[in-house]
Design a protein around this ligand. Structure first.
Ligand code: PM9
Length: 458
């Protein structure tokens, strides 16, 4: 029997969740317009909406908060964070931002213009939004297998180099300012990218004068998969693997709310001095001084310590294995999930879970609402609603992957919580025939999944 590592931490402070009755949950999700983003946190028993900003900080990080230097300019905590990013990620220059999308905004403003194409290994909502908002067109160049929930591959987040070459041939390298390479790939199910693929992508881009920027939001999870799955890395430390990963890029955007082990924060990093100067000009417009970028001094201190803690093997091993524990339970019960289990959660395959609900009636949105009603477990739609509409045709992007994400916050829940979530999903799977689809009653024009409202179809 497969075993899973015990929690590599002791619990020092606890948070007491509410457990609503089923009748109360029916009312709560109705009031939320059947959108789990609109639920109150206090109405959720086990909150698997996201792993973003939901991290439990360590005693060292909490102690670091007391060292916050809240000066408007030149905070010593910025010096600490900047030095830590340089040491652990290897870039020459760092610009702080309040979170990942702040960095995406600045990167896209600098690099994109009408007529630009940005290839990436599957889209991410906020990332594509900023690229398109600056006139660029996103092109998906991930391997085909990433769109198939059943194919089990060790590095399902890899870029298909033939697709990338075909795009270069089609639109010309001069119209591709950079490749956006996400490590890991969130919407594919938290799938990693191999070191070999990063190396080859960088080599191809260098040949054509195209830059490579990582979305390194979950780079430590990616490094763990490289260590356990890629030949030649078993004896390397996570810190060494993270550093080598970044050597095949020109810069990166980071949401510290994930692998940075904090509740808020981010940065844009790069090796080009001219770009750094431009990013410092923009950061004061959108985020704040280049010595805080929307973060408080105490946030920056906790972030610096979080980056150091995140590369500890026992931490990241437990984190990824805890996701596998939940996934393996569901697989054993025959529940359809995206394979293999990724680094930050388990993705239910809503097409197979609710085969009687067509994609235009939002099976994943419906499933997330019903999982909440049955169990108080909050999850997130990652399908056609998240996909949004094509900016040119106005038609829905209809992704092949129609999923519900059970995202595991870092260092927050125990295996017993995973058992409860698994049992609730297995029960729901047995009673899935009774579930009806949804329709929009309010559809926001951008990043619609956050604020949309739904009701049952007639
Ligand atoms: N990800 C998530 O829940 C939070 C926002 S969408 C519900 O997965 C990647 C790969 C992300 C990501 C956020 C961002 C943006 C960029 N890239 O949320 O702005 O997963 O810090 O980061 C979320 P911020």
């Amino acid at each position: 029997m497969k075993t899973y590592p015990a929690e590599p931490f002791r619990i020092k402070m606890v948070e007491m969740p509410n457990i609503l009755t089923k009748e109360e949950r029916v009312e709560a999700i109705k009031a939320a317009g059947y959108n789990t983003f609109q639920l109150k946190s206090e109405d959720c028993y086990i909150d698997l909406l996201t792993d973003s900003g939901t991290n439990a900080m360590s005693d060292r990080q909490w102690a670091g908060l007391m060292l916050g230097d809240e000066a408007y300019a030149g905070s010593r905590n910025w010096a600490h964070l900047e030095a830590t990013v340089k040491e652990y990620y290897g870039y020459k220059y760092v610009v702080p931002t309040h979170q990942g999308r702040g960095a995406e905004n600045i990167l896209s403003q600098i690099m994109c213009k009408p007529g630009s194409y940005v290839p990436g290994n599957m889209y991410f909502t906020t990332t594509r939004f900023h690229q398109e908002n600056n006139g660029a067109t996103f092109r998906d160049v991930i391997i085909d297998e990433a769109h198939d929930p059943e194919i089990d591959l060790p590095f399902k987040g890899n870029i298909d180099l033939k697709k990338l070459q075909a795009l270069i041939d089609e639109v010309g390298a001069e119209n591709i300012p950079y490749v956006c390479l996400a490590i890991t790939v969130n919407l594919a199910g938290g799938q990693p990218v191999s070191m070999a693929n990063m190396r080859s992508t960088y080599a191809l881009c260098q040949k054509h004068g195209i830059k490579v920027f990582y979305d390194c939001t979950r780079c430590v999870e990616n490094a763990y998969f490289i260590k356990i799955r890629e030949e030649g890395y078993a004896n390397k430390t996570i810190k060494e693997i993270v550093l080598e990963s970044f050597s095949y890029s020109d810069g990166a955007t980071m949401s510290g709310k994930k692998d940075g082990l904090v509740n808020i924060g981010g940065f844009l990093a790069m090796n080009d001095e001219g770009m750094y100067i431009r990013a410092r000009e923009l950061v004061v417009v959108y985020e704040g001084m280049p010595s805080y970028g929307g973060m408080t001094g105490r946030d920056m201190e906790a972030f610096a310590i979080g980056i150091q803690e995140s590369v500890r093997f026992e931490y990241i091993q437990h984190r990824v294995e805890q996701c596998a524990y939940l996934g393996d339970k569901l697989i054993a019960a025959g529940v359809p999930v995206v394979r293999p289990i990724g680094g930050h959660g388990v993705f239910l395959d809503a097409r197979k879970f609710l085969p009687h609900i067509p994609q235009e009636k939002f099976p994943a949105q419906t499933l997330a609402a019903h999982l909440y009603i049955e169990s108080g477990v909050r999850s997130m739609e990652r399908g056609i609603v998240s996909g949004g509409r094509c900016k040119i045709t106005g038609k829905n992007h209809a992704p092949k992957l129609e999923t519900v994400r059970l995202t595991i916050p870092r260092r927050v829940y125990t295996y017993a919580h995973m058992d409860i979530a698994a049992e609730a999903i297995i029960d729901l799977y047995k009673n899935r025939d009774k579930i009806r689809g949804l329709k929009f009653v309010y559809e926001p024009p951008m990043l619609r999944f956050f604020n949309a409202r739904f009701d049952y179809c007639d």
